[in-house]
Design a protein around this ligand. Structure first.
Ligand SMILES: [Zn+2]
Ligand SMILES: [Zn+2]
Length: 255
């Protein structure tokens, strides 16, 4: 199973987070109303991705439910994508965006459990039937030290508990890349190349003969470049197929 510090998810910060929540009751991460991580109004305005039009990148279907042939998907056609499929629970907007930002920047580790619960309640993010091992997008060591945790790792850990699936720390970030949100769309697609490596003991961690598929977890899917690079490293190094799950996904032109 995961090492305690692999995603910064050690028990002590969780305990501190619990104590803080006793003295500072929860507030809605989107509108600030007291009482819960999301107030009922904001929870009801979450936008599930629902049906997808592209089986590869998980581009949401149009409102008419129209399907897109893989070779004709405007988001992934012609792109060298290394995962088999990508799915997300919510459109990256409104309260879903607030949840992702709060988990990433505010130190509220327990939010990952709430987000895993929301994600698992969505159709399309149900427990996989095949044997899978969860892995997550790594954070550079310096970022892990300054932030104290890897938000993708915390989300993966919460999903692992909820779905009763094993979680392994298989990847490491070799060098710092410019944050994706500071790059234009074209640069984002190129940014992660060569930035991720397999941990030296990844094969051992996964265990011989029980690899099945790997379900790679991240908080947000934007261009898919980061998860594709991770999937390339995992599939080339371990010989397994990789699917991707994210809490949210950018949604463009859902006509
Ligand atoms: Zn609210
Ligand atoms: Zn696509």
């Amino acid at each position: 199973m995961e090492k305690a510090d692999s995603c910064g998810g050690t028990k002590l910060p969780d305990l501190i987070s619990d104590l803080v929540s006793v003295f500072f009751p929860l507030r809605c991460v989107h509108c600030g109303r007291p009482g819960a991580w999301l107030c009922p109004e904001c929870a009801s305005s979450l936008a599930p991705v629902g049906k997808v039009s592209c089986g590869r990148c998980g581009r949401p279907a149009s409102k008419a439910g129209q399907q897109t042939a893989r070779h004709n998907c405007p988001e992934c056609r012609g792109r060298d994508i290394h995962f088999k499929s990508a799915r997300a629970a919510f459109a990256y907007e409104g309260p879903a965006r607030s949840l992702v930002h709060r988990l990433k920047y505010s130190g509220h580790r327990r939010l990952a459990d709430f987000m895993a619960e929301l994600a698992c309640n969505q159709a399309g993010l149900t427990r996989p039937v095949k044997a899978v091992t969860l892995a997550y997008v790594p954070l550079h060591r310096s970022k892990l030290v300054s932030r104290g945790y890897n938000q993708a790792g915390l989300f993966a850990r919460a999903l692992s508990r909820r779905l009763d699936l094993p979680l392994q720390d298989l990847l490491c970030k070799q060098h710092l890349t410019q944050p994706q949100n500071q790059l234009g769309y074209d640069r984002r697609r190129q940014n992660p190349e060569g930035s991720v490596a397999l941990r030296r003991d990844a094969g051992k961690r996964l265990g011989r003969g029980r690899a099945g598929r790997i379900l790679l977890i991240d908080d947000v899917y934007t261009t898919g470049s980061t998860v594709s690079e991770c999937a390339r490293v995992l599939s080339e190094g371990l010989g397994t197929d990789v699917d991707v799950w994210t809490f949210a996904r950018t949604v463009k032109n859902r006509l």
